[in-house]
Design a protein. Structure first.
Length: 311
Protein backbone atom coordinates (compact mmCIF):
# COMPACT_ATOMS: atom_id res chain seq x y z
CA UNK A 1 0.00 0.00 0.00
CA UNK A 2 1.21 3.51 -0.78
CA UNK A 3 0.26 6.76 0.91
CA UNK A 4 1.03 8.56 -2.34
CA UNK A 5 -1.21 6.66 -4.72
CA UNK A 6 -2.77 9.93 -5.92
CA UNK A 7 0.42 10.96 -7.69
CA UNK A 8 0.29 10.90 -11.49
CA UNK A 9 -3.29 9.67 -11.68
CA UNK A 10 -4.19 12.08 -14.47
CA UNK A 11 -7.07 13.72 -12.59
CA UNK A 12 -8.31 16.99 -14.09
CA UNK A 13 -7.43 19.81 -11.70
CA UNK A 14 -9.04 23.20 -11.16
CA UNK A 15 -7.52 26.11 -9.24
CA UNK A 16 -10.46 25.98 -6.81
CA UNK A 17 -9.37 22.49 -5.75
CA UNK A 18 -6.62 24.23 -3.79
CA UNK A 19 -9.12 26.24 -1.70
CA UNK A 20 -9.51 24.54 1.71
CA UNK A 21 -12.95 23.96 3.17
CA UNK A 22 -11.96 24.67 6.77
CA UNK A 23 -10.41 28.10 6.21
CA UNK A 24 -11.24 29.23 2.66
CA UNK A 25 -11.07 32.99 3.27
CA UNK A 26 -7.63 34.50 4.04
CA UNK A 27 -7.43 37.02 6.87
CA UNK A 28 -4.64 39.16 5.43
CA UNK A 29 -5.21 42.89 5.52
CA UNK A 30 -7.24 44.40 2.64
CA UNK A 31 -4.85 45.37 -0.13
CA UNK A 32 -2.10 42.99 1.00
CA UNK A 33 0.05 41.59 -1.80
CA UNK A 34 -0.08 38.12 -0.24
CA UNK A 35 -3.46 37.48 -1.84
CA UNK A 36 -1.75 37.58 -5.24
CA UNK A 37 0.76 34.91 -4.24
CA UNK A 38 -2.01 32.58 -3.11
CA UNK A 39 -4.09 33.07 -6.26
CA UNK A 40 -1.11 32.70 -8.59
CA UNK A 41 0.05 29.52 -6.83
CA UNK A 42 -3.40 27.93 -7.08
CA UNK A 43 -3.62 28.70 -10.80
CA UNK A 44 -0.05 27.54 -11.47
CA UNK A 45 -0.52 24.18 -9.76
CA UNK A 46 -3.72 23.57 -11.68
CA UNK A 47 -2.02 24.47 -14.97
CA UNK A 48 0.83 22.00 -14.45
CA UNK A 49 -1.71 19.34 -13.46
CA UNK A 50 -0.74 18.83 -9.85
CA UNK A 51 -3.47 17.89 -7.38
CA UNK A 52 -3.53 18.90 -3.69
CA UNK A 53 -2.42 15.34 -2.80
CA UNK A 54 0.73 15.84 -4.87
CA UNK A 55 1.93 19.05 -3.22
CA UNK A 56 3.72 19.90 0.02
CA UNK A 57 3.82 23.55 1.08
CA UNK A 58 6.28 24.43 3.86
CA UNK A 59 6.06 27.91 5.34
CA UNK A 60 7.91 29.98 7.89
CA UNK A 61 6.71 32.61 10.36
CA UNK A 62 4.98 35.89 9.53
CA UNK A 63 2.11 36.89 7.28
CA UNK A 64 3.55 34.64 4.57
CA UNK A 65 3.43 31.73 7.03
CA UNK A 66 -0.36 31.72 6.76
CA UNK A 67 -0.12 30.61 3.14
CA UNK A 68 -0.51 26.90 3.85
CA UNK A 69 -3.60 27.60 5.98
CA UNK A 70 -5.31 28.97 2.89
CA UNK A 71 -3.87 26.48 0.38
CA UNK A 72 -5.22 22.93 0.20
CA UNK A 73 -2.27 20.51 0.15
CA UNK A 74 0.07 18.79 2.55
CA UNK A 75 1.45 21.54 4.76
CA UNK A 76 4.15 22.13 7.35
CA UNK A 77 4.24 25.36 9.34
CA UNK A 78 7.87 25.51 10.43
CA UNK A 79 9.90 27.71 12.76
CA UNK A 80 11.08 31.17 11.76
CA UNK A 81 13.42 30.87 8.78
CA UNK A 82 13.29 27.07 8.75
CA UNK A 83 10.93 26.26 5.88
CA UNK A 84 13.77 25.26 3.55
CA UNK A 85 15.37 22.41 5.57
CA UNK A 86 11.93 20.86 6.09
CA UNK A 87 11.15 21.21 2.39
CA UNK A 88 14.52 19.72 1.44
CA UNK A 89 13.98 16.64 3.60
CA UNK A 90 10.49 16.09 2.19
CA UNK A 91 11.72 16.28 -1.41
CA UNK A 92 14.61 13.88 -0.78
CA UNK A 93 12.31 11.38 0.94
CA UNK A 94 9.68 11.53 -1.79
CA UNK A 95 10.90 13.09 -5.06
CA UNK A 96 7.52 12.46 -6.68
CA UNK A 97 5.81 15.14 -4.64
CA UNK A 98 5.88 18.82 -5.67
CA UNK A 99 7.55 20.83 -2.92
CA UNK A 100 7.09 24.56 -2.41
CA UNK A 101 8.67 26.57 0.40
CA UNK A 102 7.55 30.08 1.29
CA UNK A 103 8.66 32.82 3.67
CA UNK A 104 8.90 36.56 4.05
CA UNK A 105 11.92 38.77 3.37
CA UNK A 106 12.84 38.72 7.06
CA UNK A 107 12.17 35.00 7.27
CA UNK A 108 14.07 34.15 4.09
CA UNK A 109 16.85 36.71 3.80
CA UNK A 110 17.34 37.31 7.53
CA UNK A 111 17.04 34.51 10.06
CA UNK A 112 16.78 31.91 7.29
CA UNK A 113 19.55 33.37 5.15
CA UNK A 114 21.96 30.52 5.88
CA UNK A 115 19.42 27.92 4.76
CA UNK A 116 18.68 29.97 1.64
CA UNK A 117 22.28 30.18 0.48
CA UNK A 118 23.04 26.48 1.01
CA UNK A 119 19.75 25.21 -0.43
CA UNK A 120 20.50 27.27 -3.53
CA UNK A 121 24.12 26.06 -3.59
CA UNK A 122 23.03 22.43 -3.47
CA UNK A 123 20.28 23.01 -6.06
CA UNK A 124 17.47 21.17 -4.30
CA UNK A 125 14.51 20.58 -6.59
CA UNK A 126 11.82 22.89 -5.20
CA UNK A 127 10.21 26.29 -5.56
CA UNK A 128 11.06 28.97 -3.00
CA UNK A 129 8.73 31.97 -2.89
CA UNK A 130 9.93 34.93 -0.84
CA UNK A 131 7.20 37.46 0.00
CA UNK A 132 9.19 40.69 -0.21
CA UNK A 133 7.38 43.69 1.30
CA UNK A 134 10.50 45.38 2.72
CA UNK A 135 9.23 45.13 6.31
CA UNK A 136 8.35 42.69 9.11
CA UNK A 137 4.55 42.77 8.81
CA UNK A 138 3.15 40.30 11.34
CA UNK A 139 5.28 41.67 14.19
CA UNK A 140 4.06 45.20 13.49
CA UNK A 141 6.43 46.94 11.15
CA UNK A 142 10.07 46.50 12.11
CA UNK A 143 12.74 47.05 9.45
CA UNK A 144 13.69 43.94 7.48
CA UNK A 145 16.76 42.93 5.43
CA UNK A 146 15.19 44.47 2.31
CA UNK A 147 14.07 47.75 3.89
CA UNK A 148 15.66 50.61 1.92
CA UNK A 149 18.38 52.72 3.47
CA UNK A 150 16.78 55.54 5.45
CA UNK A 151 13.53 53.64 6.07
CA UNK A 152 12.12 54.61 9.48
CA UNK A 153 10.45 52.06 11.69
CA UNK A 154 9.97 51.07 15.33
CA UNK A 155 13.36 49.41 15.39
CA UNK A 156 15.06 52.11 13.29
CA UNK A 157 13.38 55.40 14.33
CA UNK A 158 16.17 57.46 12.79
CA UNK A 159 16.20 55.44 9.60
CA UNK A 160 17.99 52.27 8.48
CA UNK A 161 21.71 53.00 8.32
CA UNK A 162 22.70 50.15 6.01
CA UNK A 163 22.03 49.14 2.43
CA UNK A 164 19.35 46.48 1.84
CA UNK A 165 20.02 42.90 0.85
CA UNK A 166 20.01 42.31 -2.93
CA UNK A 167 17.82 39.18 -3.21
CA UNK A 168 18.36 38.38 -6.88
CA UNK A 169 22.12 38.87 -6.73
CA UNK A 170 22.25 36.83 -3.52
CA UNK A 171 20.37 33.96 -5.15
CA UNK A 172 22.69 33.96 -8.16
CA UNK A 173 25.85 34.07 -6.05
CA UNK A 174 24.54 31.25 -3.86
CA UNK A 175 23.85 28.99 -6.84
CA UNK A 176 20.10 29.01 -7.56
CA UNK A 177 19.45 27.53 -11.01
CA UNK A 178 16.25 29.53 -11.64
CA UNK A 179 15.77 33.12 -10.49
CA UNK A 180 12.86 35.43 -11.17
CA UNK A 181 11.09 38.45 -9.71
CA UNK A 182 7.40 39.20 -10.02
CA UNK A 183 4.90 41.45 -8.25
CA UNK A 184 1.42 41.23 -6.78
CA UNK A 185 0.23 43.85 -9.27
CA UNK A 186 1.08 41.56 -12.20
CA UNK A 187 -1.01 38.40 -11.59
CA UNK A 188 -0.64 36.98 -15.10
CA UNK A 189 3.14 37.18 -15.04
CA UNK A 190 3.19 35.80 -11.48
CA UNK A 191 1.25 32.72 -12.52
CA UNK A 192 3.40 32.16 -15.61
CA UNK A 193 6.64 32.46 -13.63
CA UNK A 194 5.35 30.05 -10.99
CA UNK A 195 4.47 27.52 -13.70
CA UNK A 196 8.01 27.74 -15.08
CA UNK A 197 9.49 27.46 -11.60
CA UNK A 198 7.42 24.36 -10.78
CA UNK A 199 8.45 22.71 -14.04
CA UNK A 200 12.12 23.56 -13.48
CA UNK A 201 14.31 20.71 -12.20
CA UNK A 202 16.35 22.42 -9.50
CA UNK A 203 16.15 25.26 -7.00
CA UNK A 204 13.78 27.97 -8.27
CA UNK A 205 14.00 31.24 -6.34
CA UNK A 206 11.17 33.75 -6.83
CA UNK A 207 11.42 37.17 -5.21
CA UNK A 208 7.73 38.16 -5.06
CA UNK A 209 7.09 41.86 -4.39
CA UNK A 210 4.08 42.00 -2.06
CA UNK A 211 3.04 45.46 -0.89
CA UNK A 212 2.11 45.93 2.81
CA UNK A 213 -0.61 48.59 3.14
CA UNK A 214 -0.68 48.41 6.95
CA UNK A 215 2.91 48.58 8.20
CA UNK A 216 4.80 49.93 5.22
CA UNK A 217 2.59 52.73 3.94
CA UNK A 218 5.55 54.63 2.50
CA UNK A 219 6.40 51.76 0.16
CA UNK A 220 5.13 51.89 -3.39
CA UNK A 221 2.58 49.34 -4.56
CA UNK A 222 5.33 48.30 -6.99
CA UNK A 223 3.75 50.13 -9.93
CA UNK A 224 4.37 50.95 -12.63
CA UNK A 225 6.36 47.83 -13.42
CA UNK A 226 8.29 46.74 -16.49
CA UNK A 227 8.51 43.13 -17.65
CA UNK A 228 12.09 42.79 -18.88
CA UNK A 229 11.08 40.07 -21.34
CA UNK A 230 8.49 42.35 -22.97
CA UNK A 231 10.54 45.57 -23.02
CA UNK A 232 12.83 46.62 -25.89
CA UNK A 233 14.99 48.45 -23.34
CA UNK A 234 16.17 45.24 -21.73
CA UNK A 235 17.61 42.25 -23.49
CA UNK A 236 19.69 39.46 -22.00
CA UNK A 237 20.27 35.74 -22.32
CA UNK A 238 18.71 34.08 -19.24
CA UNK A 239 21.20 31.21 -19.57
CA UNK A 240 24.18 33.58 -19.40
CA UNK A 241 25.24 34.02 -15.78
CA UNK A 242 27.24 37.19 -16.40
CA UNK A 243 24.44 38.91 -18.30
CA UNK A 244 21.98 37.85 -15.60
CA UNK A 245 24.20 39.35 -12.90
CA UNK A 246 24.33 42.69 -14.71
CA UNK A 247 20.58 43.06 -15.18
CA UNK A 248 19.93 41.85 -11.63
CA UNK A 249 22.16 44.62 -10.30
CA UNK A 250 20.34 47.17 -12.44
CA UNK A 251 16.97 45.83 -11.26
CA UNK A 252 17.94 46.09 -7.61
CA UNK A 253 19.26 49.63 -8.07
CA UNK A 254 16.16 50.86 -9.88
CA UNK A 255 13.68 49.45 -7.34
CA UNK A 256 14.64 52.06 -4.78
CA UNK A 257 14.62 54.77 -7.44
CA UNK A 258 10.96 54.12 -8.23
CA UNK A 259 11.27 51.87 -11.30
CA UNK A 260 10.11 48.28 -10.84
CA UNK A 261 11.63 45.65 -13.12
CA UNK A 262 10.28 42.09 -13.07
CA UNK A 263 10.72 38.93 -15.10
CA UNK A 264 12.95 35.91 -15.57
CA UNK A 265 16.60 36.59 -14.84
CA UNK A 266 18.48 33.30 -14.85
CA UNK A 267 17.89 29.66 -15.74
CA UNK A 268 20.34 26.76 -15.84
CA UNK A 269 18.37 23.88 -17.33
CA UNK A 270 21.30 21.46 -17.52
CA UNK A 271 22.49 21.39 -13.93
CA UNK A 272 21.36 18.25 -12.05
CA UNK A 273 19.47 18.68 -8.81
CA UNK A 274 20.85 17.63 -5.44
CA UNK A 275 18.62 14.56 -5.38
CA UNK A 276 19.77 13.49 -8.83
CA UNK A 277 23.41 13.89 -7.79
CA UNK A 278 22.88 11.81 -4.64
CA UNK A 279 21.03 9.05 -6.49
CA UNK A 280 23.77 8.87 -9.12
CA UNK A 281 26.30 8.32 -6.31
CA UNK A 282 24.17 5.59 -4.77
CA UNK A 283 23.69 7.53 -1.53
CA UNK A 284 19.92 7.78 -1.99
CA UNK A 285 17.91 4.77 -3.22
CA UNK A 286 15.98 5.02 -6.46
CA UNK A 287 12.69 4.16 -4.76
CA UNK A 288 11.24 6.92 -2.54
CA UNK A 289 12.32 6.59 1.07
CA UNK A 290 8.82 7.63 2.12
CA UNK A 291 7.39 4.45 0.59
CA UNK A 292 9.32 2.28 3.04
CA UNK A 293 6.96 3.25 5.83
CA UNK A 294 4.21 1.41 3.94
CA UNK A 295 6.23 -1.63 2.89
CA UNK A 296 5.72 -4.40 5.46
CA UNK A 297 8.42 -6.50 3.81
CA UNK A 298 11.14 -3.86 4.00
CA UNK A 299 13.99 -4.70 6.38
CA UNK A 300 15.01 -1.51 8.15
CA UNK A 301 18.70 -0.59 8.35
CA UNK A 302 20.38 0.65 11.49
CA UNK A 303 22.21 3.97 11.23
CA UNK A 304 25.37 2.40 12.65
CA UNK A 305 25.42 -0.11 9.80
CA UNK A 306 25.84 2.71 7.31
CA UNK A 307 29.22 3.55 8.86
CA UNK A 308 30.69 0.31 7.58
CA UNK A 309 31.17 1.74 4.11
CA UNK A 310 33.60 4.32 5.50
CA UNK A 311 35.82 1.88 7.43
Amino acid sequence: MSAFSAIDQGVEIDANDFTPQQEPQPTWCPGCGDFAVLNALKKAMAEVGRSPDEVLLATGIGCSGKLNSYFESYGFHTLHGRSLPVARAAKLANPGIEVVAAGGDGDGYGIGGNHFTHTARENHDMVYIVFNNEVFGLTKGQSSPTSPKGHKSKTQPSGVAKDPVRPLTLGLAAGASFIARTAAVNPNQAKEILVEAIEHDGFAHIDFLTQCPTWNKEARAYVPYTDIQDSDDFEHDVSDRREAAEIMWETEEKLYEGEVLTGRYYRDADRPSYGEEKRSLGEIPEEPLAERYFDDEYEWERSADLLDRYK
